[in-house]
Design a protein around this ligand. Structure first.
Ligand SMILES: NC(=O)c1ccc[n+]([C@@H]2O[C@H](COP(=O)([O-])OP(=O)(O)OC[C@H]3O[C@@H](n4cnc5c(N)ncnc54)[C@H](O)[C@@H]3O)[C@@H](O)[C@H]2O)c1
Ligand SMILES: O=C[C@H](O)CS(=O)(=O)O
Length: 483
């Protein structure tokens, strides 16, 4: 069970107050490693979501007129409080989503970094004075906050996926309503409490947990007072929200699914490639949107890479993420394990070799053995489906052109990785890959200072970097005549 913490909260946070759902209903939040019920959280309804949107709309009338420095000051206090409570938040996160404690602590730092970054960006939202096109007039392009924004977020990064949206929104002068994933609302509620302590005014930041995304999500993507929907999650749900937001022509940001290739060329540094592969594939037990989904290995180094990767993977420690030394936690739920099991069985039945792992872990529950598959071919489901688990399928290729064709043969385009020390090849491959983000001789590339996002069916827009705040601003052209 979660240790005593002042940040274990169960009510919704609407208009600056902790409130039960209007129905009084709650839903259990369980520890995926043990099955223990950690808390019973307010199960918000469409009515609760509507009240939160209305509170955000009322708060926007004032928040939009604060100065950038005033907003930055509050965000910096929020950042400081998150850092002060890093251990408490990390423990909550590990217990509700299962990731190892070290990774949870890393996510608290990563999530907080977006608040720090956009506290700085808030004060650099510049417009333009445009050289006039006629005597007696002056032309300006100014940037203004969009208004009420909603954020619907996934379970695999319970803090960072919220701050990566809310930090730029609040910095820009927008107000926000967040619906966290049903599996991981506790981190979001802790974040709301620290935002309250930091001085975020009532209604500026609201959290409406719910056991299902459908009803609350419909309000957050259709309500006429909502001007922007920012979603992180699966591509199918993203498509639902895009359709719902279209009815009132809302601005959208979509951070969706991935199918990352990890290409190892004959000229790669194999030791570096294995280290990058381990980091890219097995972070959060393979449950990140930018995890490698397909290893494409040139034939000249295939056996050597496969052997070295299997050796490194065999050193991973599976267990409860709260326990010392554990590097692979449980999958988020039974559905997650069944999907991984189905994909591994499909590959095996179509001729893949299980070099390591390949089945549920002896610990039971939603634990799965870290797995390496060789002799994988493109007719297997792992070639097209997002695995979201600790499985490394190794495909073989002969030429650079074949590798690029295989890598791009997917509707997704989020992250891609490749290892090569040939400078010409590096430029050719990096420019040919149809992805929003490319790691070159690097397996972990996400940072608040760089633009995160995908192309094709992996999403729309960018988060973080100097681009992230633009997603929450409108450009207003002003033509001043009679001068
Ligand atoms: N691109 C990125 O930055 C990024 C980051 C993290 C996760 N993801 C993707 O998210 C997926 C895993 O997360 P998940 O299982 O939470 O995704 P999901 O799409 O099942 O759920 C994401 C959120 O959407 C809500 N939701 C579900 N159905 C809804 C509906 N009909 N209307 C409104 N909201 C609804 C859920 O309650 C949750 O809060 C993977 O595909 C992963 O690639 C992408
Ligand atoms: O899973 C999705 C996250 O965006 C991964 S990362 O921590 O931002 O790389």
């Amino acid at each position: 069970m979660v240790k005593t913490t002042t940040l274990l909260l169960e009510h919704a946070f609407i208009n600056g107050e902790w409130q039960q759902a209007d129905t009084g209903k709650t839903f259990p939040v369980r520890n995926p490693a043990t099955g223990d019920v950690l808390a019973n959280v307010a199960d918000c309804s469409a009515l609760d979501a509507t009240r939160a949107v209305e509170a955000a709309a009322e708060a926007f009338k004032t928040w939009r007129h604060t100065t950038a420095k005033e907003r930055a000051t509050i965000l910096k206090r929020w950042f400081a409080l998150i850092n002060e409570h890093q251990d408490d938040i990390a423990l909550l996160m590990t217990q509700e989503c299962g990731k190892p404690l070290a990774e949870s602590k890393g996510e608290v730092a990563y999530g907080g970094s977006f608040i720090e970054w956009f506290a700085e960006e808030a004060r650099r939202v510049y417009g333009d004075v445009i050289p006039t096109n006629a005597q007696g007039r002056r032309l300006l392009a100014s940037k203004q906050p969009i208004g009420v924004c909603t954020a619907i977020t996934p379970w695999n990064f319970p803090l960072a996926m919220i701050t990566r949206k809310c930090a730029p929104a609040l910095a820009a002068g927008c107000t926000v309503v967040v619906k966290p994933a049903e599996a991981t609302p506790l981190t979001a509620l802790a974040l709301a409490e620290l935002g309250r302590q930091a001085g975020l005014p009532a209604g500026v930041f609201n959290v409406v947990p719910a056991s299902s995304g459908k009803d609350v999500g419909a309000v957050l993507s259709e309500h006429p007072l909502v001007r922007k929907v920012s979603f992180t999650g699966s591509t199918p749900v993203g498509k639902i929200l895009l359709k719902q937001a279209a009815n009132t022509v809302k601005r959208v940001s979509m951070e969706l699914g991935g199918n990352a290739p990890f290409i190892v060329f004959d000229d790669a540094d194999i030791d570096a490639a294995v280290a990058g592969a381990l980091a890219s594939k097995y972070r959060n037990t393979g449950q990140t949107c930018v995890c490698t989904n397909r290893f494409l290995v040139q034939s000249g180094v295939y056996d050597r890479f496969a052997e070295a990767l299997a050796k490194a993977v065999s050193g991973l420690k599976v267990g409860n993420g709260a326990d010392e030394g554990v590097t692979q936690g449980p999958l988020i739920n039974e559905a997650g394990v069944q999907k991984v099991e189905r994909l591994v069985d499909d590959a095996r039945n179509k001729g893949a070799t299980v070099l390591l792992g390949g089945k549920r872990h002896a610990l039971g529950g939603s634990f799965f053995e870290p797995t390496v598959l060789t002799n994988v071919t493109t007719n297997m489901a792992v070639a097209q489906e997002e695995i979201f688990g600790p499985v490394s399928p190794l495909f073989r290729f002969e030429t650079e052109e074949e590798a690029i064709q295989m890598a791009n043969d997917t509707p997704f385009g989020l992250a891609a990785y490749f290892y090569s020390r040939d400078i010409g090849r590096v430029w050719r491959v990096a420019e040919a890959l149809e992805y929003g983000m490319v790691g070159i001789n690097e397996g972990i590339i996400s940072t608040e200072v760089a633009p995160f996002g995908g192309v094709k069916e992996s999403g729309l827009g960018r988060e973080g970097s100097r681009y992230g705040i633009e997603e929450y601003l409108d450009i207003k052209y002003m033509c001043m005549g009679g001068l």
